[in-house]
Design a binder for this molecule. Structure first.
Ligand SMILES: CC(C)(COP(=O)(O)OP(=O)(O)OC[C@H]1O[C@@H](n2cnc3c(N)ncnc32)[C@H](O)[C@@H]1OP(=O)(O)O)[C@@H](O)C(=O)NCCC(=O)NCCS
Length: 320
């Protein structure tokens, strides 16, 4: 199977940082409740005129600069998001405009809720060619724009941000699994034209789904690739809730040090959470060429997906 490797990862966050104590000034909650139930300590919200496409473009520019590739050789620019500023133009077209990307690049948004980034990786794998071997994959959300700040059961969970990666066509190991259960109740946000365009959630149903599907998703990637848990350097899961990830580590008898977590800093940023984690891992110096990563996401619609992807190829030199 034709694979892709990740060449670079970068993040962009909005200006406004909100701690749990700041949230407690808005709704009846506490740092103690939020941190023990979720592991979240703070999140970022777009302030004033800040938009999701600006975050996406900032992260994308950084990822492209770091990869040092010729942007004319990008096959695609895909933005995974469920909180775009516009139905049209797509966030990807706004990124294209901001970065001055060529007309021949396929630019589109992809909505699979929190599984969006994983679905986008799988999608671009089919778009890269020998002539155009690169793709820009961005996860970007402004969930604060679709949050009901009078609902304490949801508003403390979500955050805004963007993460971007540049991927390259590669012969490195790659495997993917995915699915969707057509759920229309547990995580819902009405779209355009609705009076109340807010995220509503049945937290317990989502929790049950997550702890059931994540081990199966990771197991499915391992089965397809013929690898064992020990062969994987990091599991980079959707950062929704520390308790979900702790549960998965326990049920899979996995090494917790291999499950990267940064949700304490950002909350649940939906499609942005996995690329934000990759960007932080890169900044923290955790990633080495040839490392095998399993990225796994789950979310609204009860979508889920996992990919095995390498961080660069051994011997791959980038313009730093
Ligand atoms: C959201 C979640 C943390 C709630 O935890 P929970 O233990 O299920 O809590 P419940 O919803 O049953 O609520 C328990 C109590 O806490 C209260 N509560 C809810 N939000 C609160 C908050 N922010 N602060 C204080 N109390 C809160 C509820 O009102 C309820 O009070 P009651 O017992 O007096 O009725 C948990 O269900 C969860 O993590 N779900 C997964 C969510 C997720 O990851 N979604 C995104 C997936 S992509």
């Amino acid at each position: 199977m034709n694979g892709i490797t990740i060449l670079s990862a970068a993040a962009a966050l909005p200006a406004r940082r909100m701690t749990n104590d700041d949230m407690a000034a808005i709704v009846d909650t506490s740092d103690e409740w939020i941190s023990t139930r979720t592991g979240i300590r703070q999140r970022y919200f777009c302030a004033g005129e800040e938009t999701v496409w600006q975050l996406a473009a900032r992260a994308a520019r950084r990822a492209l600069d770091e990869a040092g590739i010729d942007p004319a050789r990008l096959a695609a620019c895909v933005v995974a998001t469920m909180s775009p500023a516009y139905a049209t133009p797509s966030t990807a077209c706004l990124v294209q405009r901001e970065l001055g990307l060529e007309e021949s690049i396929l630019c589109f948004d992809l909505n699979a809720a929190c599984s969006g980034f994983v679905f986008a990786l799988e999608t671009v794998r089919g778009l890269v060619t020998d002539e155009k071997p690169y793709a820009l994959v961005i996860g970007a959300e402004a969930l604060s724009h679709i949050t009901d700040f009078s609902d304490r059961s949801t508003c403390v969970l979500f955050g805004d941000g963007a993460g971007a990666v540049v991927v390259a066509k590669s012969g490195a190991p790659f495997a993917c699994v995915h699915g969707a259960r057509g759920n229309s109740e547990a995580l819902v946000c009405p779209a355009f034209g609705s009076e109340k365009q807010y995220l509503g959630m049945d937290g317990r149903a989502v929790f049950r789904f997550a702890v059931d599907i994540l081990p199966r998703c990771i197991g499915g990637v391992l089965d397809k690739s013929g690898l064992a848990m020990e062969d994987i350097d990091y599991f980079v899961c959707h950062q929704a809730n520390r308790r979900i990830l702790d549960h998965v580590v326990k049920s899979m008898k996995a090494d917790p040090a291999k499950f990267y977590m940064n949700l304490a800093r950002y909350g649940n940023t939906s499609a942005a959470s996995i690329p934000l984690a990759l960007a932080d891992m890169h900044t923290e110096g955790l990633l080495r060429p040839g490392m095998r990563l399993v990225c796994a996401g789950f979310g609204g619609g009860f979508t889920w997906g996992g990919v095995l992807v390498c961080w660069r190829e051994k011997g791959e030199h980038l313009c730093d």
